[in-house]
Design a protein around this ligand. Structure first.
Ligand code: HBI
Ligand code: FE
Length: 285
């Protein structure tokens, strides 16, 4: 069955990737025809980004990165899966690119991480709007080897399916999925962690970007807000974000265990609080 590709964020460009390959759940077999240029792009991206990590990436990421395997060519997902299944029970599944929210959340809820299987062109070496295989593999996959983080991502998927059902249920709670996708954005994509008193990056969008990795940790301009209490969580879920420029603010957690504990309780009251304008929950740009 031909599947409808998703349009990501505000991007108006047609989605990349060949969705005719996708199965009903939007997964596909990993591309078998990478060119020498594709492997060389991956090798160069990996070399540049891994050289930047010391003092900027969190320790758990630096420790887990080698578990992606060889860095001189695009890895086979099944090779990584043999190690990942053993570590946290997660599996990588190939997808043709961005997929609609419910199929995305459904895969996460089953501890299956969707990894785009095409890579940017050499001309896009420095920047690409859509997530490609380097963003997904280098940015998202290493921390899936960390048990607490891995549990958080699955809990996110389960919670997002609940939010979607709430939003489209008999007593709709407006914006529940958007509020939760802000949490995803400010943690899994652009999250910062405080370790040994220092700010370090753990979000995939930061870890796969040469410029934003430095900006998010070292620039004086962005606000770095705590993500520690329920009030902080509400502020995060009330904060919009930009998909194609550096963030003007970041949220900083104390640990993956603390993030998991903070996001464990049912979110329904949070959605209701935020959906009620009189609540006065922080509104930050
Ligand atoms: N699809 N393949 C893919 N990867 C994503 O990160 C992704 C997606 N679809 C939807 C989506 N992310 C957003 O809804 C989340 O960032 C909240
Ligand atoms: Fe991502």
């Amino acid at each position: 069955m031909a599947v409808k590709p998703a349009i990501y964020g505000a991007s108006e460009r047609p989605p990349r990737g060949d969705y005719s390959r996708a199965r009903d759940d939007y997964t596909c077999a990993q591309n078998q025809a990478y060119t020498a240029a594709d492997h060389d792009t991956y090798r160069r991206l990996y070399a540049r980004q891994s050289a930047l990590l010391p003092g900027l990436a969190c320790g758990a990421f630096v420790d887990a990165l080698p578990r992606l395997g060889a860095s001189d060519a695009i890895p086979r997902f099944e090779d990584i899966n043999a190690r990942l299944r053993e570590a946290t029970g997660w599996q990588l599944v190939a997808v043709p690119g961005l997929i609609p929210e419910v199929p995305f959340f459904t895969l996460l809820a089953k501890r299956k991480f969707p990894v785009t299987d095409w890579i940017r062109t050499p001309a896009e070496f420095d920047y690409i709007v859509e997530p490609d295989i380097f963003h997904d593999l280098f940015g998202h996959v290493p921390l899936l080897f960390d048990p607490s983080y891995a549990d958080h991502v699955q809990a996110y998927g389960q919670g997002a399916l609940k939010a979607h059902a709430l939003e489209h249920g008999s007593t709709p709670v407006a914006g529940a999925v958007e509020m939760l996708s802000r949490l995803y954005w400010y943690t899994i994509e652009f999250g910062l962690l405080r370790e040994n008193g220092e700010v370090r990056a753990y979000g995939a969008g930061i870890l796969s970007s040469p410029g934003e990795l430095v900006h998010s940790v070292q620039a004086s301009a962005p606000r770095r807000l705590p993500l520690r209490s329920t009030a902080d969580l509400l502020a995060c879920m009330a904060s919009t974000y930009k998909i194609d420029s550096y963030q003007q603010q970041y949220f900083v957690i104390d640990s993956f265990e603390a993030l998991l504990a903070l996001t464990q309780p049912d979110f329904t009251p949070h959605y209701q609080t935020l959906a009620n304008p009189a609540s006065g929950a922080a509104r930050t740009a």
